[in-house]
Design a protein around this ligand. Structure first.
Ligand SMILES: [Zn+2]
Ligand SMILES: [Zn+2]
Length: 254
């Protein structure tokens, strides 16, 4: 069984053809996925699609969207109680694009960490070029279960992330050519097997043979293949490891 722990089939690019996307995923062996929300409407669609296709959803405000919010609205409290919702996310800090002012990103990030605590939910983190600041905040929330989506903290932060009990999710970048991906592969190899998940982050981040195309959950198989190679595991061994990690991390929710 393949698991895509982070996808956006609720995005504009994919939702109009969600049924086809899901059936191609099933053909590729994908049995579980988390459909991730980036703002209120997007989270609502994630939950709807999760019901329609029997997957999981997460709800949250992406740092890019933080400027449109002053806090968690009542609708988020309704959504978080939905049986298909298993995490708050994706939330965090993004200093690469800086699409929301940094102080606003911080405020919305912090209030969503509290929201996750109140609701006893794991969090799916999006942190880009902001690890120092994000870790400062996360150190104040030791009781939360942390999933570092598209982990980009390098070896520099890996030990602390592991010590906090975090999981690191890796995607298409693991398959790309180039120095940044070489470094990412080293981080991946050094992340213990019981702390990894794999993801597409579709429609973005398509893996190597399809780089530049619209990504979709079926393409997670290319990420699995490269990941197995890097870890010297058979595909079957890796599938078992990922499934166990997923079930263990979300065990109170699934
Ligand atoms: Zn992200
Ligand atoms: Zn995402």
């Amino acid at each position: 069984m393949l698991i895509d722990s982070h996808c956006h089939i609720n995005s504009e690019d994919l939702r109009t053809q969600a049924a086809e996307v899901v059936s191609r995923a099933a053909e590729a062996g994908v049995e579980k996925m988390i459909i991730v929300g980036c703002d209120l409407d997007d989270s609502r669609e994630a939950v709807e699609l999760a019901h329609e296709f029997n997957f999981f959803a997460s709800v949250g405000i992406h740092p890019h969207e933080a400027k449109r919010y002053t806090g968690i609205t009542e609708e988020f409290y309704k959504l978080i109680r939905d049986e298909r919702v298993i995490a708050v996310g994706e939330i965090g800090l993004d200093y690469h694009y800086d699409l929301s002012p940094r102080d606003v990103q911080t405020e919305i990030f912090e209030c969503q960490l509290k929201f996750a605590e109140e609701n006893n939910m794991p969090v799916i983190l999006h942190i880009r070029e902001a690890m120092d600041d994000a870790m400062k905040i996360l150190r104040e929330h030791r009781n939360l279960k942390l999933l570092f989506h598209c982990y980009a903290g390098g070896l520099k932060f890996l030990d602390e992330v592991l010590e906090m009990g975090g999981l690191c999710a890796f995607g298409g970048a693991l398959t790309w050519k180039g120095k940044a991906s070489d470094e990412l592969r080293e981080v991946f190899r050094r992340t213990p097997n019981d702390r990894i998940l794999l993801e597409t982050d579709c429609p973005y981040m398509a893996p190597a043979p399809l780089r530049g195309k619209t990504n979709e959950p079926a393409f997670i198989k290319f990420v699995y293949e490269r990941a197995a190679q890097e870890k010297n595991l058979t595909l079957e061994e890796l599938e078992t490891i990922i499934e166990k990690n997923f079930e263990n991390f979300f065990r109170e929710k699934i």
